[in-house]
Design a protein around this ligand. Structure first.
Ligand code: C2O
Ligand code: CU
Ligand code: CU
Length: 546
């Protein structure tokens, strides 16, 4: 065990001790000890019994209130307060909107494909900001990439047509070097695009947003002694990224949700700065199966049944859970199962582990040693005994465009670090005035994202385009065991993605089609969506030449 691994391990034991859990990672990679996994699951379920707080849901106004994006004129980015923990006012930064006499914070914006969005962002903060529409294919002027930025006290106008497939996208700040703290303090909202396929699914299952179709924004946060949100990441802890002590869902700590025995649709977003989740629904010590129906870029062709899925920062998962399969007399618990984010450390090239450990300064996340990969309950779902729901999941959902043909030599994207605490992309640290990568509009390219062994999980995200995963190599067994096909793809790799996780030692081959309707040269970002990594400069500008 390397120093870094050992420290993480010890830190992890401390954190789990606080949560009252007995053991680390159930380490169930398909061949693992099924009994141990069942015991671990039962422990997690037990820990969720004292989740007292009703899950916050998008309603007609207020936090996450649902609003047609076409009706929004102005979004004010401001400091406000929110009782994140019940009864404790915490400083909170939010997107504030007034519309139709109602007030919204971080509104859930909804559009139909083809709608025109025209709105003004007013920056009332004392620092620069910009809104990035994560996952939407916009021109660079409307992408909010960070090249154009609104200084304090100024405004920025957006005008774009939504051309994207139906999905749940999201919006968040993107100012250079200060994205992580801005998102952490509250700035993030959901952006739903609907189309015919989407509406057909909602009709078939009788789904209603905020009632039976539930967005779940997963964010881990830490609190100070008064119970207010606390960030404060020392420079050396940025090397790992912020890992908070509590996992919030829709800004609800220890949340509970009361459900009927029917099909629910959960729209999951990993809105965390750096934490990865290994999601499963648990009941009675076992994993309930669920259906994966969509990814970042919308619906799959057909539902796929799975019993767990990883979710890396910025990614979304669209899943159906049929609670008729659950027992009505006990809760179902959405949990993150244990995993080892640094599984390849034992086989690092000599020298690199020490360099990584030295530059990281030994901080594991923040305050009290919360770590990525620890098992934790996320949401308790209380199941009411109900009957009379007889709907079935449709066999066809949508039509995914065929992946672009893999042609030519792949472009290599090498993830690494410089041994001085900086993560790099092709040895680059971000520079605003350099565009080290250029593609041609309409080009079809294959990229090979190679993460070094002495590394961390890096959720790699591209602006402007959705892509397809073609192949994974060097994937850790704990991931491969979740039903990888012969190209190493997991079920969720078969959809359109704008963010893909590259594990340490893994190579991920993706296919991109740089076709878009925007004139002239467009400039976007490609970066790690571990937000501390992004802020440290694990990001490059890339250009799309006309
Ligand atoms: Cu979600 Cu470049 O961002
Ligand atoms: Cu983005
Ligand atoms: Cu990273």
């Amino acid at each position: 065990m390397t120093r870094l691994t050992r420290r993480r391990f010890l830190g992890g034991v401390g954190a789990l001790g606080v949560a009252g859990m007995a053991r680390l990672a159930p380490a169930d990679d398909g061949r693992g000890d099924a009994q141990a996994a069942a015991r671990a699951a039962a422990e997690i379920e037990r820990a969720a019994t004292d989740f007292p707080n009703p899950l916050r849901l998008p309603g007609a106004s207020g936090l996450y209130g649902v609003l047609r994006a076409t009706e929004v004129r102005e979004i004010r980015v401001r400091r406000t307060e929110l009782a994140v923990l019940p009864g404790i006012a915490s400083p909170f930064w939010a997107y504030a909107v007034e519309s139709g006499g109602k007030r919204f914070l971080n509104p859930t914006l909804v559009v139909r494909r083809g709608d025109e969005v025209r709105l003004r962002m007013v920056n009332e903060l004392d620092q620069p900001t910009i809104i990035h529409w994560h996952g939407l294919a916009n021109d660079d002027r409307n992408d909010g990439t960070g090249i154009y930025i609104a200084a304090p006290g100024t405004a920025y106008d957006y005008a774009f047509t939504v051309r994207d497939r139906a999905s749940m996208y999201w919006y968040h700040p993107h100012p250079l070097h200060i994205t992580a703290p801005q998102v952490y303090r509250g700035l993030a909202g959901l952006f739903f695009v609907a189309d015919d396929d989407e509406e057909a699914l909602r009709r078939a299952l009788g789904l209603e947003l905020g009632v039976t179709e539930i967005p779940l924004v997963l964010q881990d946060r830490s609190f100070d002694h008064e119970g207010r949100l606390e960030y404060g990441v020392p420079r050396d802890a940025m090397f790992h990224g912020f890992i908070g002590e509590e996992i919030l869902v829709n800004l609800t700590a220890r949340p509970a949700f009361s459900a009927a025995r029917r099909i629910y649709r959960f729209r999951l977003l990993n809105g965390s700065n750096a934490r990865n989740y290994r999601l499963a629904f648990l009941q009675g010590g076992r994993r309930l199966g669920f259906y994966l129906v969509g990814t970042d870029g919308g619906l799959l062709d057909a539902p796929t049944r799975v019993d767990q899925a990883f979710l890396t920062p910025a990614q979304r998962l669209d899943v159906l859970l049929d609670l008729r399969e659950a027992r009505a007399d006990r809760a179902v618990v959405l949990a993150t199962l244990g995993f080892d984010p640094m599984h390849n450390e034992g086989t690092m090239e000599p020298g690199t582990a020490k360099a990584a450990a030295a530059s990281s300064g030994g901080h594991e996340g923040h305050a009290g040693g919360a770590i990525d990969g620890e098992e934790k309950p996320i949401l308790r779902i209380d199941v009411k005994p109900t009957s009379g729901y007889a709907k079935k999941i449709p066999a066809r959902l949508s039509r995914l465009p065929a992946p672009p043909p893999a042609g030519g030599k792949p472009r290599r994207i090498v993830l690494g670090h410089d041994g001085r605490g900086n993560w790099t992309i092709n040895r680059w640290q971000f520079e605003m005035n350099a565009t080290p990568l250029t593609v041609r509009r309409g080009a079809r390219e294959t990229w090979l994202i190679e993460n070094s062994r002495a590394s961390m999980p890096h959720p790699m995200h591209i602006h402007g385009f959705q892509f397809r995963v073609l192949e994974r190599r060097g994937t850790p067994a704990q991931v491969r065991g979740l039903g990888a096909d012969r190209n190493g793809l997991l079920p969720q790799d078969r959809g359109l993605l704008d963010t893909v996780l590259a594990w340490p030692g893994e190579s991920v081959r993706i296919a991109l089609d740089f076709t878009h309707p925007f004139p002239g040269e467009q400039t976007y970002m490609f970066h790690c969506h571990n937000l501390e990594h992004e802020d440290l400069g694990m990001m490059i500008r890339y250009g799309v030449k006309a």
